[in-house]
Design a protein around this ligand. Structure first.
Ligand SMILES: Cc1ncc(COP(=O)(O)O)c(C=O)c1O
Length: 392
């Protein structure tokens, strides 16, 4: 112990680097590791966005400057149009739209804005691992809402009201889900919305994956498209996955006016604004028609088919439900093991394969692992060849 540990904030001391990044860092030090641990797509940012930014750098003298804390007005106006096309809901660029540096930053801003010590956020269990750490950083409490694994990781609506207390501020939903790939049904989502409205809490929709739905597109429903829930839904759309822009760090939020007025103080004090160059890239992305999303989805569909096939070939190791959307699969470990973490470490050091232990995603994730199939087919095959050699 040094003086430094006395100085470090208690919330930070108690938080952890997520197991996703931990596995990514460990596997980076192992030459030739076949990694399915990190949901980092193999795709490159589409050429029309890259070319557009090259031109802007050459011609726009403002390109390197700050923007307003809620983002460039022209991007916010474009988001209004895009959001209306997607949801039918008309919002106001000044009152309701805020540009952020990725959905992680957006959630950070929201939790900062909403949480007093011991306030509660309801997360599905399993949930996205980083939501847990973010809530801890603000001394909030994550309340787990166990999903129903026997019904394909669906929402268990009956349980929800009993989880809401006077300290509950919001429910966070990701559909299609990371890590399970589940697309929650319209009926389930509408019931969540009604319950949230009845208790005056928010539903935060964290949406990086709604462009990857495969044959299940008709099943997808966006809760942000419900007029009567406008005051209770905060919608977060990330450019990271659908536009292969994870390193540009960009997203937008649609939120009630009163919430934006508070959240903008956090943005201003913590980041000033999202990078202007990335905002300009997002503007190019939204203003131009492109079929790259369908292309990405087609490639991911074939990787999904491959990984499910390879999983089904090792029934003594994994039991898998076919994921509906996003690009993760969350099989149950049926091979003998102590814990999902121990199992993942064993595979990492003995088989040179990196997976994320399911326990990182909440208590219901134990005895599962998450595999990201956004990597190329060669990596998926290499990982499974090694898993087969190790276990069979
Ligand atoms: C559910 C979920 N939310 C947020 C993020 C991060 O998004 P962004 O890159 O926009 O910060 C991810 C990335 O994997 C994710 O899966």
């Amino acid at each position: 112990m040094t003086f430094i540990s006395d100085i470090i904030n208690r919330n930070v001391q108690e938080a952890q680097v997520s197991a996703i990044k931990e596995m990514a860092m460990l596997s980076a030090n192992i030459p030739g590791c076949a990694s399915l641990a990190w949901g980092l797509p193999s795709f490159q940012t589409p050429p029309y966005i890259r070319q557009g930014i090259k031109d802007i750098l050459d011609t726009d003298p403002q390109a390197g400057k700050y923007s307003l804390p809620d983002g460039l007005p022209e991007l916010r106006r474009q988001v209004v149009k895009t959001h209306q096309q997607k949801t039918g809901i008309i919002v106001d660029a000044d009152k309701h739209v805020m540009i952020s540096a990725g959905n992680m930053q957006a959630l950070n801003t929201l939790f900062h804005t909403m949480l007093d010590a011991d306030d509660e956020i309801i997360l599905t269990d399993p949930c996205f691992a980083s939501h847990l750490q973010q809530i801890k950083l603000f001394r909030g409490v994550a309340v787990f809402w166990a999903l129903n694994e026997a019904h394909g990781w669906s929402l268990d609506i009956e349980k929800l009201p009993s989880l809401i207390t006077a300290k509950t501020q919001a429910i966070v939903l990701v559909s299609p889900s990371n890590p399970t790939g589940k697309i929650f049904t319209k009926e389930e989502l509408l019931q969540v919305g009604q319950i949230a409205r009845a208790h005056n809490i928010f539903v935060i929709i964290d949406d990086p994956y709604s462009d990857f739905l495969y044959e299940n597109r008709p099943q997808y429903f966006n809760l942000a498209s419900v007029e009567s829930l406008r005051d209770h839904v905060v919608y977060l759309y990330s450019f990271s996955k659908a536009y292969a822009m994870s390193g540009w760090r960009l997203s937008y939020m649609i939120m009630p006016e009163e919430l934006k007025q508070e959240a903008i103080k956090v943005h201003d004090a913590t980041m000033i604004c999202a990078a202007r160059i990335s905002q300009l890239a997002a503007l190019i992305a939204l203003q131009n028609e492109s079929d790259h999303k369908q292309e990405f989805e087609k490639i991911l569909a074939s990787r999904r088919h491959l990984i499910v096939q390879r999983l089904n070939n090792v029934p003594s190791v994994f039991e898998c439900q076919t994921p509906e959307g996003a690009y993760y699969v969350f099989p149950r470990i049926v091979a003998e093991h102590k814990s999902s973490r121990d199992f993942s470490m064993q595979l990492l050091y003995n088989a040179n394969v990196s997976l994320t232990p399911g326990s990182a995603f909440g208590p219901s994730g134990e005895h599962h692992v998450r595999m990201a199939y956004c990597v190329d087919e060669e990596t998926i095959n290499l990982a499974f060849d090694r898993i087969e050699r190790y276990f069979l």
